[in-house]
Ligand binder design. Structure first.
Ligand SMILES: C[S@@+](CC[C@H](N)C(=O)[O-])C[C@H]1O[C@@H](n2cnc3c(N)ncnc32)[C@H](O)[C@@H]1O
Length: 365
């Protein structure tokens, strides 16, 4: 994925507390029967509103004030804006950003991983309530909206995230039916996915994630691999950033910005562009068969809105990593945005999807 984790800005504690109380109540209510009233689309703004535009990480996308259109700007890295952030607070993600990237994510996903997954699912013992699918770091639930209608059979999705605000969106806009018209239901669970255990995944048919692995550490991914292996369930872990981008036309600063962005992604021991390889290693160590396929965003004039947001986040994170780049990167960004607005910019942002087929629980092949 193209999001870099950093800490939320000043004021987020108050916002988080308010949003947590409200959204937990709403998400819990929604989770009681999450298929009722589901629209299959992310609503504009259900639930609590973001009061503080800086409370969501800029690089993960925009956090506009209510009524404002989403925009991103180059980060102010030299003004002390970041000095009073809660360094230990987890990153927050704007639903507007997740919504903006959802169509590009859908086009990018590695379809070739679906057949081996379908075969694995078809070989599972049938359960009355269908497949149990855990979507970890679900955000607003885009993975379920993409995958549920591509799999046959009844499904119950367990949507995990630590952000109750996003869980609320996910519950409201959950998928409703499978490829063959079977029922799809959802429930939401708030918590840290790095602490998932095999017990928590007992009975799971599949674990999925999208745009998550690169904001985890190797330790987190080891724990996830151990949990999936212990539960004997496969994992489809998609859209991890690969650390490579291609822009037309090439610019002398492309490489420097790419390297600074990639270094930023790895802050605090996060996997960043190493996510897919490290996860492959972790799952292989637990006896899983792992396959990685590429899943690049291919952005042209039709995706100019997403491209502009991505550019601001990408360059902004690079400058945060290397403040001395601020001036040239500012000019670079202005040039790129101009080309983007003129419909002249094309970008390929490389990602990887990974399918890990863990040995089924009970020792069957
Ligand atoms: C970039 S967003 C991707 C969201 C969604 N999967 C999608 O593709 O649109 C990453 C998501 O993972 C969640 N997340 C990150 N680390 C987490 C953790 N340790 N435990 C629970 N959720 C986490 C964030 O709250 C966020 O919703």
């Amino acid at each position: 994925m193209t999001d870099q984790a950093t800490t939320p800005q000043t004021g987020s504690a108050t916002h988080t507390a308010t949003a947590t109380a409200t959204a937990t109540a709403t998400a819990t209510a929604a989770a009681a029967d999450t298929t009722t009233g589901a629209t299959g689309a992310v609503p504009d703004r259900p639930g609590p509103r973001y009061e503080d535009a800086r409370s969501v990480i800029p690089g993960a996308g925009p956090a506009p004030r209510p009524g404002e259109r989403a925009t991103l700007r180059l980060r102010e890295t030299d003004t002390g804006t970041d000095t009073d952030t809660g360094a230990d607070e987890p990153a927050r993600y704007a639903p507007e950003w997740l919504q903006l990237r959802e169509p590009a994510d859908a086009c990018a996903r590695a379809h070739d991983l679906l057949d081996p997954l379908r075969i694995r699912l078809a070989n599972l013992p049938r359960r009355a309530d269908g497949f149990i699918i855990h979507d970890i770091g679900c955000g607003t639930g885009s993975m379920g909206r993409w995958l549920a209608p591509r799999l046959d059979g009844a499904q119950h999705w367990v949507l995990h995230d630590r952000d109750p605000y996003l869980l609320h969106f996910a519950a409201v806009a959950s998928p409703r039916s499978a490829a063959d018209g079977s029922r799809v239901s959802v429930e939401t669970r708030r918590g840290d996915v790095a602490r998932l255990t095999a017990d928590a995944l007992a009975g799971a048919s599949l674990v999925t994630a999208s745009a998550l692995l690169d904001v985890l550490t190797r330790e987190d991914v080891d724990a996830l691999a151990a949990a999936c292996a212990g539960a004997g369930c496969p994992a489809l872990l998609t859209l991890s950033v690969a650390g490579r981008v291609e822009l037309t036309s090439p610019h002398p600063l492309d490489q420097e910005i790419t390297e600074a962005f990639n270094a930023h992604q790895k802050r605090g021991g996060l996997l960043g562009p190493d996510a897919a390889t490290e996860a492959a290693e972790a799952f292989s160590e637990h006896g899983a068969t792992v396959r990685i396929d590429s899943s690049p965003w291919r952005l042209g004039p039709e995706q100019a809105g997403l491209t502009a947001q991505w550019l601001r986040g990408w360059v902004g994170a690079a400058v945060e990593e290397r403040p001395e780049l601020a001036e040239p990167a500012g000019r670079y960004l202005a040039e790129r945005l101009e080309a983007c607005a003129a419909g002249e910019l094309r970008v390929v942002v490389h990602h990887n999807d990974l399918l890990a087929l863990c040995r089924p629980a009970g020792g069957a092949a």
